[in-house]
Design a protein around this ligand. Sequence first.
Ligand SMILES: Cc1ncc(COP(=O)(O)O)c(C=O)c1O
Length: 436
Amino acid sequence: MNNFLNDPRFAGIEPFNTKVWLSSPTMHGDERRWVDEALRTNWVSTVGANINEIEKQVAEYIGCKHAVALACGTAALHLAARLAGEKLYGKAKPNHGTLEGKKVFCSDCTFDASVNPVGYEDGEAVFIDTEYDTWNMSPEALEKAFELYPDVRLVVVAHLYGTPGKMEEIRGICDKHGALLVEDAAESFGAKYLFRGKWAETGTLGYCSAISYNGNKIITGSTGGMFLTDSKEDADKVRKWSTQSREAAPWYQHEEMGYNYRMSNLVAGIVRGQIPHLAEHIDRKREIWERYEEGLKGLPVKMNPWDREKSIPNFWLSCMLIDEDAMAPYVRGEREELWKHEPGKSSPGEILNALAAFNAEGRPIWKPMHMQPIYRTNAFVTVEGNGRGRSNAYIVETGVDVGADIFRRGLCLPSDNKMTVEQQGKVMEIIRRCFE
Ligand SMILES: Cc1ncc(COP(=O)(O)O)c(C=O)c1O
């Protein structure tokens, strides 16, 4: 396609000696103390002081009553989906999910771990299109979805890239239709939202929620996640399910389906060492976002937006969107892409390949769920209603699809909080040259 290193447009730019990452773990040393302590005291299991401590600290920080430490955010979302299904539709037989035969409204522009748990519980995700103000679930499209599918009782909403969605509206719509709201706060730990006149953390705005400590997240345990709730009964149930659903008997006695989803005390040690640094990580990420916003001025691009009155993101990933009239020709197949440079224009394909050539990692915007082969036959609802089958061989009609548009024109920029100001300056210079 292009050898960027020999392209005169990039003359004078040398590749980074060490890779500039999208978002890599940032350790501070305290992590070692708690991991060492677990090893020294032989709490090398899914019980121990680190687990107890982080459950307490995170519940306090978030402002919820209970946090349950689990193996990953996906496990937290799975048990949240299972719990919501049981609450709405009753207990399921061992080989059936609690959402069997039920539709669930889900964020469309998200990572697939948000929505796969609906499938684990035999439910059927219906994808709700995105809005341009925060790149999250569109309340208008959600309202349309309730018109089309009035029986739906569960909504799963994600806060993309650490930016809170329009939760006031979304929660209002859920309440109006008697639906439970599960919040996927995997990417947004530490982000705040002005909800019904009070500042609150994402993860406290629905029925229950999940956060992630995956290696790329705002703080990490290498892996790990948490289920958050105000209900002691729900927290106890999720803790029990996550440790194979043992009944109180001298032997292994089981009355319901169980999972091996509990967090390791070693992983919890890393999380424990990271928690004191959450605010600092958010500050670094915000500085990165603001430097991009300032430094990319003059280019035909916009940064990922957020509601400055009602939210404070954690700025986990900085992203940008190329103006439509500055998009160079760019097409994507299922697994490959084709792009062509035109003067004054560029494309996510060209920019991401240029960054990679200079040893920096960006990433395409998360491909919307309704475009994923696995979910092609699931319903998709936009502000106009049914988003599937909207073209007509005999009438010119395009239809809105905000998620597809953001995916086509957007990209995630290197957002590592160890990236230096100079490195970020070079990243921006590479982007600038892409538009020459
Ligand atoms: C939006 C979203 N949901 C869920 C997950 C799943 O979290 P985990 O990787 O901890 O299972 C992730 C990240 O990985 C995510 O970005």
